[in-house]
Write a protein that binds this ligand. Sequence first.
Ligand SMILES: C[S@@+](CC[C@H](N)C(=O)[O-])C[C@H]1O[C@@H](n2cnc3c(N)ncnc32)[C@H](O)[C@@H]1O
Ligand SMILES: [Zn+2]
Length: 338
Amino acid sequence: MLADIVEYLACPVCAHEVRLAGDTLRCAEGHAFDVAKQGYVSLLVGSRTPGTADSAAMVAARAEFLGAGHYAPLADALAESVRLRIQSANGREGDAFRRDRFSALPDAAAEKAYRSAAVAREAGAARQEAGHAEEPVIVDAGAGTGYYLATVLRAVDRGIGMAFDVSKHAVRRAARAHPRVGAFVADVWRPLPIRDGVADIVIDVFAPRNGPEFRRILRPGGVVVVVTPARAHLSPLVQELGLLSVDEEKERRLARSLEGFEEADRRTVEFDLELDPGEVAGVVGMGPSAWHTEATELAKRISSYVSRETAKKREKVVARAAFQLSIFEASPRSRAVP
Ligand SMILES: C[S@@+](CC[C@H](N)C(=O)[O-])C[C@H]1O[C@@H](n2cnc3c(N)ncnc32)[C@H](O)[C@@H]1O
Ligand SMILES: [Zn+2]
């Protein structure tokens, strides 16, 4: 898979293109990055992994929880949004080559517009002939185990997935998430090791968002699909366990953190979760409280809540999952001039 993805990568040191030579990615300046035996590549530069990287235990808890299918309705909703977006983008491209689309223009202008669309189409065809199928490129920033990216790739049936995360424990798993995924250790807060204008879609599920970098790597017409927890997420667990709740400012922060983008669409995805005691611990361990509350204190609160619930003869704890799924388009004012 890596061989098909290399053309979209940029050297994290000098930003030049890289090539795969044996088990090493190398740029013309001689910067080299080994492919790990698990199939991922660390493109992290600098000596320290940022403190926000998920630990091995957090990644294992996430993999188990997601593997049990609890968030499958969210993954499916995300995949459907991406599929529709790609489908409509393809429709628009196909449309651009229809001569009658230009017929409302004065003759000379129509001919010019048609010709330039035809040039674009020929460039696409040339890429295809050169073996670069016009496959949509989907970048997952803060991909974790690659669970969402894999669901998206299954839904779009063509397309290349690039998973980036700063945690090598996460990236190891992401590398195995789907045959069309390439997985890389990288810090979303630094220049992404991706070439300009190559991504059709960036997905970002509960992970840091770097607006200017997302803007740089997207093709014209590309979008960022962002998933964040909604206010009702994990009620009543949040109240019962005294967890960190979605803060009131979050939505405004989200808009600010995607400076240069406009929210073109937003929907809420909600469903019930039925959790056994271990899974309550799992879902809490995946959220921000795992970072901010002492583990033994959390475990104590969970066990007392679960025993109160089971005393009511309930085998499972029911909680609400609630998310915002937003699509961001580059705002016209900041669109790069071709
Ligand atoms: C809440 S998890 C979400 C993971 C995945 N999107 C999912 O929903 O399963 C946040 C992820 O962001 C990663 N992360 C945190 N800081 C990062 C950074 N600066 N650059 C890249 N990834 C980062 C963490 O390692 C973690 O895997
Ligand atoms: Zn280089």
